[in-house]
Design a protein around this ligand. Sequence first.
Ligand SMILES: NC(=O)c1ccc[n+]([C@@H]2O[C@H](COP(=O)([O-])OP(=O)(O)OC[C@H]3O[C@@H](n4cnc5c(N)ncnc54)[C@H](OP(=O)(O)O)[C@@H]3O)[C@@H](O)[C@H]2O)c1
Length: 246
Amino acid sequence: MSQLQNRTAIVTGASRGIGLAIAETFIREGAQVVLCGRTQETLDAVAQQLGPAARPFACHVGRPDDIRRLVEFSGPVDILVNNAGTNVAQGPCLEMDDARFDKMIEINLKSAFRLMNAFAPGMCERGSGSIINIASISGRRPQFHGMLYSMTKAALIMMTQSYALELGPKGVRVNAIAPGLIQTKLSEYYWKDDVRRNAQIERQPLRHLGQPEEIAEAALLLAGDGASYMTGQTLTIDGGYLLNSL
Ligand SMILES: NC(=O)c1ccc[n+]([C@@H]2O[C@H](COP(=O)([O-])OP(=O)(O)OC[C@H]3O[C@@H](n4cnc5c(N)ncnc54)[C@H](OP(=O)(O)O)[C@@H]3O)[C@@H](O)[C@H]2O)c1
């Protein structure tokens, strides 16, 4: 049976990678999915492949006006996946500046805050909803030369717990996923090069490169009724990478 029949979802960053895999999986399970990314043309092409349950809408998650338009376009939403993210500001802590700090906060963190505040009130009124924030294992351990990325993802995990605490009594669940290395455009530095990829896989108990679909199946669990007793949790999905830290 389809797990998300008659549900509407929004997936940010759905034009490729993890967000696209989540959108595909939700549609497979019967949901209508609003696809969000920065370029309408790209989203239209993706939607054409996904079929009529996909509703493309360009929205830069760092822009409040775009988010207001997204709310009008979407109507009532049962599932919100805050997936859009960036790691543009890589480098030593001492080389980071105000502009990069603000940009990382805006795209990786404030976007989720704004989107939750835009869509959760409707979920609370209806007495049900599921919000899923895509964090990272870099929010659990500091990524070398990735201070700003790690900081935003750690904060997203705490934001998830804070919202879960307040929205739970209203029937809204809020959870996060912390992926390890997943083979997407964002992470190509870590897997395109053979030496780096092999070193990564050697360290993981599960010896393959993570795929977007492996995150999407966890998002499906959190989105649907199978996770009806779960809130405030962060599922680490990393092939066991973090186990190997001693
Ligand atoms: N890949 C990994 O190894 C990994 C590991 C841990 C966590 N994550 C997290 O997983 C999430 C998805 O990453 P990914 O690996 O799938 O990356 P990706 O392949 O680069 O995809 C990023 C998506 O976000 C969209 N996007 C970027 N900036 C946006 C903005 N300002 N407004 C709206 N959409 C925006 C992009 O669409 P357009 O370019 O078309 O706008 C694209 O659809 C991110 O939050 C990332 O931090 C990834």
